[in-house]
Design a protein around this ligand. Structure first.
Ligand SMILES: Cc1cc2nc3c(=O)[nH]c(=O)nc-3n(C[C@H](O)[C@H](O)[C@H](O)COP(=O)(O)OP(=O)(O)OC[C@H]3O[C@@H](n4cnc5c(N)ncnc54)[C@H](O)[C@@H]3O)c2cc1C
Ligand code: SF4
Length: 454
């Protein structure tokens, strides 16, 4: 622990976002960075607690006290080594992780000023690339082959670990490039896609093979591999089957988000394929993060207005909810950079039907609801108010989550990981799942005939 009193005298300082007027006109990352000295000062606030709840809360088991200490001392290389020992891709989590560790930080308990772990993590990762601490490893091979189906964070994480153990890894993805939702879901203004390419370049140089535009049927896996990992995420979005669903102008959120990311990557679409919000009144159904990403995207496309509705009640306004106290994740109202850019937010809103003229969406009939306890103890029961209203909308995005994939019973050399195994979640959880799966594959292959990791 570098500075035992820093937490008493130094306040949390976030780098903050670019101003709205500046960022709203482009898709570059909204978050700024602190200079190296201010970053070290922030790291000095870590108290190196006897029981590090941050470590407990991080699905990867990251050890913020250890790398914050190295960072405070200006030893960026050691900070990176410590961080990278548990986190294969800190440049991703440093940008998009909701920082479960910070909610569990002891400095969040009373002062609500946790250590800026996530930002510190991104800073350490960027310094490591800048100063060439990220080296291409020469990895001895063990002669066994593993196929990974899906190249999202879980597929990349399992591949990276298995490659490190000496397996010959081939990754198959149905898309034209790797990253899964990192590339074709999360908007560029949260995660610059050049960072994915930078990491892929290293993985390829270390021997991992990528096969794009290669959709694999899980009941017809490619031949010639000793084990298989299914990391195919949650491909099916939850639909809203109410009257008018067929109208032109009702889309799934990912139809907007993935197309926008592809446009920014230089992919061209025909005019009639474009999902565009320019000059339109936009309604987003679903109050979560995917909906929030649609808000930011709609603004950058030049929409006229954005409304986001959510069927569940408004969560308590923070900093904490007595119903789920520290150190657990607080289920409180979240206001993202996209919300700050302008949006009407409404809760307790059910969608009755989509309205249209000549096959084209013109509005949505919604109805306020309330919730009463379920006598059977299950999900609360919805009570409609009987007072429907119309929200004018030219375009609607359904952002109501994803269906959990169903899996059959696979042969013992087939493993399932990430969101495909656990349902839609977070990048950090998908990566942690990838780590666990890599260990399971390694144990399996070593126990099957003694080959594998030394
Ligand atoms: C819009 C959006 C924004 C999000 N923002 C955040 C965020 O800010 N922070 C955060 O922590 N989490 C966020 N998430 C959640 C996070 O992206 C996911 O939890 C994570 O990407 C899951 O990783 P995965 O590898 O399991 O699956 P995915 O990322 O979904 O990757 C699955 C991959 O499998 C491929 N695939 C599927 N089927 C096949 C097949 N049959 N053959 C070959 N390839 C196949 C797909 O093409 C894809 O590349 C967001 C999710 C969405 C939808
Ligand atoms: S990955 Fe997320 S939870 Fe883990 S240390 Fe980094 S910011 Fe915290």
């Amino acid at each position: 622990m570098g500075n035992p009193k820093a937490f008493l005298t130094i306040h949390r300082q976030e780098a903050g976002y670019r101003t709205i007027n500046d960022r709203i006109h482009d898709f570059s990352e909204v978050e700024q960075t602190l200079n190296a000295n201010d970053r070290k000062v922030q790291a000095s606030r870590c108290m190196d607690c006897g029981v590090p709840f941050c470590h407990w809360a991080c699905p990867l088991g990251n050890k913020p006290p250890e790398w914050n200490d190295a960072l405070y001392k200006g030893d960026w290389e050691s900070a990176y080594r410590l961080l990278n020992s548990t986190n294969d891709f800190p440049e991703f989590t440093g940008r998009v992780c909701p920082a479960l560790c910070e909610k569990s930080c002891v400095l969040n308990l009373t002062e609500h000023e946790p250590v800026t772990n996530r930002e510190n993590e991104a800073a350490i990762a960027e310094m490591a690339f800048k100063e060439n601490y990220v080296k291409i490893r020469e990895i001895p091979r063990n002669g066994r082959k593993v196929a990974v189906i899906g190249s999202g964070p879980s597929g990349l994480s399992v591949s990276n670990r298995l490659n490190m153990y000496g397996y010959d890894v081939t990754v198959f993805d149905k898309n034209e490039s790797a990253g899964g939702l990192l590339r074709f879901g999360i908007p560029n203004f949260k995660l610059n896609k050049a960072l994915i390419d930078r990491r892929l370049d290293i993985m390829e140089q270390e021997g991992i093979k990528f096969r794009y535009n290669s959709k694999v049927e899980v009941d017809n896996l490619p031949e010639g591999f000793d084990a298989y990992v299914i990391a195919t995420g949650t491909p099916d979005a939850r639909d809203l089957n109410v009257p008018g669903r067929e109208l032109k102008g009702v889309y799934f959120a990912l139809e907007l988000l993935s197309q926008q990311n592809r446009l920014l990557a230089g992919v061209r679409f025909d005019e009639d394929e474009l999902v565009n919000c320019k000059g339109k009144d936009v309604l987003i159904i679903g109050g979560g993060d995917t909906g929030s990403d649609c808000i930011g995207t709609a603004h950058r496309q030049g929409c006229k207005s954005v409304t986001q509705i959510e069927i569940m009640p408004k969560p308590p306004v923070g900093p904490e909810d007595p119903a789920n106290p520290w150190p657990s994740w607080p289920r409180i109202l979240k206001t993202t950079s996209s919300h700050e850019e302008g949006c009407v937010r409404r809760w307790d809103m059910n969608t009755n039907r989509f309205l249209g003229e000549n096959g084209k969406l013109s509005g949505v009939e919604v109805e306020s609801v309330s919730w009463k306890p379920n006598p059977d103890g299950g999900r609360p029961l919805m009570v409609k108010s009987g007072k429907p209203e119309i929200i004018k909308a030219d375009i609607v995005f359904l952002a109501m989550g994803f269906l959990r994939p169903k899996h059959s019973v696979y042969p013992s050399n087939v493993f399932v990981t990430g969101d495909s195994a656990n349902g839609s979640s977070l990048v950090v959880r998908a990566m942690a799942s990838g780590h666990d799966t890599a260990k399971a594959v390694d144990n399996f292959l070593r126990s099957s005939d003694g080959a594998g990791k030394e």
